[in-house]
Design a protein around this ligand. Structure first.
Ligand code: SF4
Length: 236
């Protein structure tokens, strides 16, 4: 069964799809079900960039473990910059894709050092969202999701990261078109999420995608947002 009506897939522009959707109600209902998560404090953006790189294609537990291993082996980012990529890879092996991730981390550290003369990107905290996004976009291997996660989690900026769970839920609900690039989806969500709700909506969509709106056989009969969901409306 299609995740949304053919009419929406073929004829609606993203703006038309979004204009019909009560985003605030969806956020509210998710908060009633999963709680109101709080993004408590700002943190080091470079630590967060590396954490997000390490989180790709692995579990949260493995990702936390590999970051801890990396910090233990290389107490400062200058230490990691001086190390061979193969040594970094050996340190993060447990998280998978170790060679690939090590190369991205090493390359990122090199680029930052070349640009600033220091491995400190805390000035990101002082930039507005667009300036910060533009700044991070210059680095090879750093895509829209990594940028958005870093700016939301470390800098507490109003920007919306999308992962596979979130893409699936949003497509089923109809908040983003079925065919939509990563970049376009990020742009749409940055525009429609209300002020102050970026973190809560992001976290709760992941919770929802893991618990009820699963990849196969979503539990629409128990869903708190079924009344706003294109897919759900075809199931009840
Ligand atoms: S109604 Fe079903 S498809 Fe729609 S968000 Fe809920 S669980 Fe997912």
């Amino acid at each position: 069964m299609s995740a949304a009506s053919p009419h929406r897939e073929q004829d609606s522009s993203a703006e038309e799809v979004l204009g019909e959707k009560p985003v605030r109600y969806i956020i509210q209902n998710l908060e009633r079900t999963y709680g109101v998560p709080e993004n408590k404090r700002a943190s080091n953006p470079l630590d967060m960039l590396v954490k997000i790189i390490l989180s790709q294609a692995t579990s949260d537990t493995n990702s936390h473990r590999t970051f801890a291993a990396l910090k233990k082996r290389f107490p400062t980012w200058d230490d990691a910059l001086r190390a061979r990529a193969s040594t970094i890879a050996a340190t993060i092996r447990e998280g998978g894709l170790a060679n690939q991730k090590a190369a991205v981390i090493k390359d990122l550290l090199k680029q930052i050092k070349r640009e600033h003369g220091t491995l400190d990107v805390s000035s990101l905290h002082n930039l507005d969202v667009e300036e910060a996004r533009k700044y991070l976009s210059q680095f090879r291997g750093i895509g829209p999701k990594t940028i958005a996660c870093t700016l939301l989690f470390a800098c507490r900026k109003e920007i919306f990261p999308l992962d596979t769970h979130i893409f699936r839920v949003l497509r089923r609900v109809g908040l983003i078109p079925q065919k939509c690039s990563d970049r376009r989806a990020h742009e749409i969500m940055d525009r429609i999420v209300p002020h102050g709700k970026f973190y809560s909506f992001h976290v709760n969509l992941i919770r929802h995608g893991r618990s009820l709106c699963r990849p196969r056989e979503p539990l629409c009969e128990r869903c708190p947002i079924v009344e706003y969901c294109d897919y759900g409306q075809t199931m009840i």
